[in-house]
Structures are given as C-alpha cells and as structure tokens.
Design a protein around this ligand. Structure first.
Ligand SMILES: [Zn+2]
Length: 398
C-alpha cells in the first residue's frame, strides 16, 4: 500500500466516524469542535421563567387538656405546658404556617379550670402554643361553648393579645371577618365549621359566635372567599368519635367541599386517625381531604387515640399557576408515663423503644408497639413522612 493510498483510507475513516458522531443527539458533555451557528433572523425575546414560590403548612389535630394533663403541668410557679410540645417545636416552627385544633377553651381562672366533660384550660397554653410555632388556631369545635359565651370570648381575648396568631371558626362580631393569610407571595383563605357544640346553646344575642356546619351558609362563604385567595382551606370538626373510617356524613360533606373547589380539608374530632382522600374536582384539580388527624396532646386512654398525625402540605405558585406540590402525614405519638405524668408529643420517627417501654398504655398492653403505629399509619392511604421534612429541604438546597 502506498503512503497516498493509506492517507486516503485514514481520511475516509475519519469522515465516516465524524458522520456517525454527527448523528448522535447533541449532548453538551461530548467534546467536539465548536460549530459556528448563525443567529436566527428574528431572535425570540428572552423569557424570564415565572417566579416559583412555595409555602408549607402543617396541621395538628385535637389538642385536648384533661384534668390529669392540667395536674401534671402544674408547678410551684403556675402552669408550664412547654414540655408537652418540646419534642415537636423544631418541626412546627419550621413550617411557614402551622394550624392546630384547640379543642378546649381558655376562659380564664375565674371560670375555674376543668377537664372532661366541660373543659377550661389555663391561658398559659395559648402562649405556649404560639411559642411552639402555631399561628392558626381553630375553635369551631364541640367544646367551644363549654364555659358559655363568656368563656369563648375570653379565649379570643387571650389570642388577640398574642401578635401573629389568628383564630378560626369563631368570631366576636356578627359580620364574620374573612381570613386570608399571605406569605411567600401565596395567599391562603381559611374557613372552619363544627357539627355542633355538645347541645350547649349559642348565646341568644350572639348566634353567630361559632361557625356551624350548614351547607347553605358554607356555600355562600366558600364561593365568596374562593376568588380572593390562591388556595382555599376548610377546617371541619366532624365525624364520629373513635370511628376508624369516615362516616357517610363526612364523605358527603367532602364531596360538597370539592364541588365548591376547596383545595384542602383539615378534618378533626374523631380523636383517631382516619384516611386521606384525593377528590377530583370539575375544574381538573383535586380536593386534598384529611378526614381526621386524630389527637395531638391528650390523656385519652384508648389504644387508637394515642397515635395522631401532623399534616404536611407544600403549596406551589408559578406565575398564575397554583398546585399542591407535596402532601403527607407525619405520625405523632402522644406519650405519657405511668400515673399519666410527663405528657409529650413525639413525631413517630423520633419515638424509641425505650420511651415506649415507659408509656402508660404499653405498660398495661404490649400490643401498643412501634409496629402497631406503623401499621395504623400505612392504612391511611396517605404518604407517610418518616423524617423531618424541613431537614430534608435544607439538605437538598445545600
Ligand atoms: Zn371534638
């Protein structure tokens, strides 16, 4: 073979090889010669991506202060409720907004502190809940009238004295104020309703004091608030106590809320966890429905009332497009020792065998186990969150 012939073969080989290369998709990591590209005749305007805003909301279920919980929180210098929430503070305060169903009123000392059946909890609890990170407090529940109109109004005064906290489902005036909270450029509209007030009548001169479930009123209020906010959230105190499944009344109301384009339903009252459901809406979106979050802090002594859940939802807004980016439940254990002392709420992911060994219920019945908690959580048809979701966000952002 002559040198010239060899050169031709080599050249042909390189041309073929380069042809093959050019058929590959244009992947930027492939090394290659820079090919000059002539600019298009009319360059399209550079479009800025729409701003991407997000907002996280957590929600806790029934916060129920029994006589034993009052007794174990009483010290020489008055009531100290901070230890009850010490294990969840780092979780709750990291959320952009945090909701709680405060099942008991805080009507002041004059009305007498009491546990079941007509509760009155010291107002020190309001301060502790705010310090824990809760800023949206529901009082539309069946215990709202436990100490009459005076007890509820004094409770609302206690909340009004704490900056940054908004209450929900109860109002001081006949004209119900609309609650819209805007944070991170995202607006959330809130409404709350309860099935009743344990047969205790609302004051004759203030029949509007507590928002009751009434489809006609609800439709009006929801439809009025809907266009004013990015996301509409309705708190529902409903269902049957200790029922593992939502009642026909709950599912029917959830369908009604979906018909009115409610984005998120925060359910409570049964004192036990109930399933999650995504309900399709006519507008193509979904209503996220947490039928029951169970208990938060309580001294209820049934096995099913010990595990509750902290709802976690992440809202997203890109330009005018709104969506729910993430929704799940952090299972929560309400711990109390022998003699019902040392009540503390723990995320299940940080609850240990050692703590379980000291739990009042476990001492009596070993079937209350970490495995039992996991099994209950798995049946809820919800994404179960088994680590601090805010810690995860921080890691991924680094
Ligand atoms: Zn209730």
């Amino acid at each position: 073979m002559t040198d010239a012939k060899l050169l031709r073969i080599v050249v042909v080989f390189f041309i073929l090889a380069s042809c093959q290369t050019s058929q590959l998709p244009n992947v930027s990591v492939l090394p290659g010669p820079e090919i000059p590209v002539s600019p298009p005749e009319e360059a399209p305007p550079i479009q800025e991506p729409p701003p991407r805003d997000s907002l996280t909301l957590v929600a806790a279920g029934d916060n129920l202060f029994h006589e034993t919980l009052l007794a174990s929180s009483r010290g020489k210098e008055g009531y100290n409720f901070a230890p009850v929430y010490a294990e969840v503070k780092s979780l709750v305060e990291k959320a952009d907004l945090a909701f709680i169903n405060q099942e008991t009123v805080m009507g002041g000392e004059k009305l007498g502190y009491s546990g079941y059946p007509q509760f009155n909890t010291p107002q020190a609890l309001a301060k502790t809940l705010a310090e824990t990170g809760f800023d949206i407090v529901n009082h539309a529940n069946n215990h709202a009238m436990d100490k009459g109109g005076a007890g509820l109004l004094a409770t609302l005064d206690a909340w009004d004295a704490i900056p940054g906290v908004r209450y929900l489902g109860v109002q001081k005036t006949a004209e119900k104020p609309q609650l819209i909270i805007t944070k991170n450029n995202i607006s959330l509209g809130f409404l709350a309703y309860t099935y009743g007030t344990n047969g205790l009548a609302l004051p004759k001169d203030k029949p509007w004091l507590v928002s009751l479930i009434n489809r006609e009123n609800m439709a009006k209020e929801i439809d009025a608030l809907r266009p004013l906010c990015d996301f509409l959230i309705v708190s529902m105190h409903w269902g049957d106590e200790y029922a593992a499944d939502p009642s026909a009344g709950q599912t029917s109301l959830a369908a009604f809320l979906a018909e009115h384009n409610v984005d998120l339903v925060i359910g409570h009252h049964p004192h036990v966890l109930q399933r999650f459901e995504l309900i399709p809406r006519a507008d193509g979106k979904n209503t996220y429905c947490f039928y029951s979050l169970g208990n938060f802090a309580s001294n209820q002594l049934r096995k099913e009332t010990i595990l509750g859940g902290l709802m976690y939802v992440k809202f997203l807004k890109e330009g005018q497009e709104t969506s729910i980016a993430d929704a799940g439940l952090i299972p929560m254990v309400c711990h109390f020792d022998a003699y019902l002392a040392n009540t503390r709420v723990f995320p299940l992911y940080s609850y240990t065998e050692d703590l379980l060994g000291k739990h009042w219920y476990h001492i009596r019945d070993k079937s209350l186990s970490l495995e039992y908690f996991s099994q209950v959580s798995e049946k809820l048809k919800v994404k179960v969150i088994s680590q601090n979701p805010f810690a995860e966000e921080k890691t991924s952002a680094q």
